[in-house]
Design a protein around this ligand. Structure first.
Ligand code: ADP
Length: 326
């Protein structure tokens, strides 16, 4: 195997708070080990268009605390084609890039895997998504921040819910995953959490609302994951209010505000560990893996392993939320 002298880093797919901290860690770890580091703008699209810039230790000053990604992110249809990947490879060769680090989700990892097979390009993916829906890691970069943002919003909504004796349906992000819903719902003291992974019937929910209203509950918050099978927060609110009129009901959709904002200490530390692990992994001959944290240990999981696993939810938090929401 030839020695790696130049590494390129990019962010891909949906943005997540903490991606900047990961970029900083990759750049500084690369330089620490005597390597050249390039940033590629706009993910695989920028790789195809040749949007490269060499980054120094000071290029990544003052970004550890910033949300979003200084390298921008994109979804690239062209990279899914052989012609697109050929253009990307030609650009990488122009800049003498020997290895890639992507910060993104499972789609970005799949792109790296295909590229490595076609062009023998060592690469490592750092899991960055607020959804925490990737197997092989207990946490992805951005999940902690997004969940804290959701909890902060839920707390604010609770103030108004209590002042008016209201029932709120709050929709949180997560694509097909209930992870943000489960832990923001538990931390926000919600009466019920509806997630895509488990079916909750409207009758069950109405029964719970009646029970808690009877025991003198003055307001209620229901957390709904955006990808839920029972419908959006709007749909569920409509169905529930047809059967339950004890409280005035309102709907709040938190949406993209969960994507932004400064990363929590947890996400900054996780991103820093993943960034260093990705560089050290590549320099030690590890490739075609995603970094992960399992039981507080940094691990590398191969694409083959990850692609066979299914993401799981935090069952214990979900169980506890049911016990405590009586
Ligand atoms: P995420 O990385 O957050 O899961 P996407 O699924 O949109 O986001 O993937 C990011 C990018 O990775 C895609 O826009 C595409 O350029 C690339 N990608 C995903 N799947 C493939 C694939 N099967 N072949 C080549 N590139 C892919």
């Amino acid at each position: 195997m030839s020695e790696i002298k130049t590494i390129a880093v990019f962010t891909s797919g949906g943005d997540a708070p903490g991606m900047n901290a990961a970029i900083r860690a990759v750049v500084r770890a690369g330089i620490y080990y005597g390597k050249k580091v390039y940033g590629i703008y706009r993910g695989y699209d920028g790789m195809i268009q040749g949007e490269f810039e060499e980054l120094g230790a000071r290029s990544v000053s003052h970004i550890i605390q910033r949300g979003g990604t200084i390298l921008k992110s994109a979804r690239s249809a062209e990279f899914r084609t052989k012609e697109g990947r050929k253009k990307a490879y030609d650009n990488l060769k122009k800049f003498n890039i020997d290895a890639l680090i992507a910060i993104g989700g499972d789609g970005s990892f799949r792109g790296l895997n295909i590229f490595d097979q076609e062009y023998d390009m060592p690469s490592i993916c750092i899991p960055g998504t607020i959804d925490n829906d990737l197997p092989g890691t207990d946490y992805t970069i951005g999940y902690d921040t997004a969940t804290n943002t959701a909890v902060d919003a839920i707390d604010k909504i609770r103030d108004t819910a209590l002042s008016h004796h209201r029932l709120f349906f709050i929709e949180v992000m997560g694509r097909d995953s209930g992870q943000i819903a489960i832990n923001s719902g538990l931390a926000g003291g919600s009466v019920a959490i509806l997630i895509p992974e488990e079916k909750t019937s409207i009758d069950e929910l109405v029964f719970k609302l009646h029970q808690t209203a009877k025991s003198d509950k003055k307001s209620s918050l229901v957390i709904i994951a955006e990808g839920g099978k029972s419908g959006s927060a709007m749909d569920i609110a409509k169905q529930v209010t047809e059967k339950f009129s004890y409280f005035d009901a309102k709907v709040t959709i938190l949406g993209h505000l969960q994507r932004g904002g400064k990363p929590t200490y947890f996400d900054r530390v996780l991103a820093s560990k993943f960034g260093v692990a990705a560089v050290e992994g590549l320099l030690n001959g590890v490739r075609d893996v995603m970094t992960g944290i399992q039981g507080n240990k940094i691990v590398y999981n191969s694409f083959d392993v990850i692609s066979k696993l299914k993401p799981d939810i935090d069952h214990e938090s979900y169980r506890i939320s049911k016990i405590l929401s009586i």
